[in-house]
Design a protein around this ligand. Structure first.
Ligand SMILES: [Zn+2]
Length: 179
């Protein structure tokens, strides 16, 4: 995961015109390289409910700067690759930005569209729905009315914030965060 929150919202059809697009091992997403860094974007329209891709990587017992939590004490990070191109192609999920009203959610390592996603739109998820306590908290700038401000993991959500994302919370977090 990129520890940032700026979402790339490129107009449909404008992907290649507005910056470099790195190909990934996915028919749905690519990594857009723009002035604000690298962000995962849709390279074609993605209907709501689509399984966009599956998270793969090396398992760790503790969170790292870019890991995604996938179990009670289980975190995925990128694994080794021959070069930077292969690293991006295989572990493109690292460029999933956080958003407080995200376009995808994660369930059992499957990344699923929460709504219809346009070509060029940012592919984002709510870090607070997978992470219990993040290694690298940051201030969100998503601009959503529901923005939580500082993103630190589900452990730090207020009861009200938690209620809003309850339907997207990972199973292993349900018993851990306060009701
Ligand atoms: Zn936000």
């Amino acid at each position: 995961m990129a520890a940032g929150s700026r979402v790339t919202e490129t107009a449909p059809g404008q992907l290649r015109a507005s910056g470099k697009l790195l190909r990934c091992d996915s028919e749905f997403v690519g990594v857009h390289v723009g002035e604000n860094g690298r962000h995962l974007v849709a390279i074609r329209p993605i209907p709501r409910g689509t399984r966009v891709f599956t998270l793969v990587g090396r398992e760790h017992p503790a969170p790292t700067r870019y890991s995604v939590q996938v179990g009670p004490e289980l975190h995925l990070d990128q694994d080794c690759a021959r070069d930077e191109f292969e690293l991006v192609r295989k572990y493109f999920w690292r460029y999933l930005d956080h958003h407080c009203e995200p376009t995808v959610f994660i369930r059992d390592r499957e990344v699923i569209a929460t709504r219809d996603i346009l070509e060029g739109e940012g592919v984002t998820f709510d870090y607070n729905t997978t992470e219990y306590d993040m290694a690298s908290p940051f201030d969100c700038e998503c601009g959503s009315e529901r923005c939580v401000g500082t993103v630190r993991g589900a452990r730090h959500l207020s009861a009200e914030q938690r209620a809003r994302v309850e339907h997207l919370l990972a199973d292993y977090l349900l018993g851990q965060v306060q009701r």
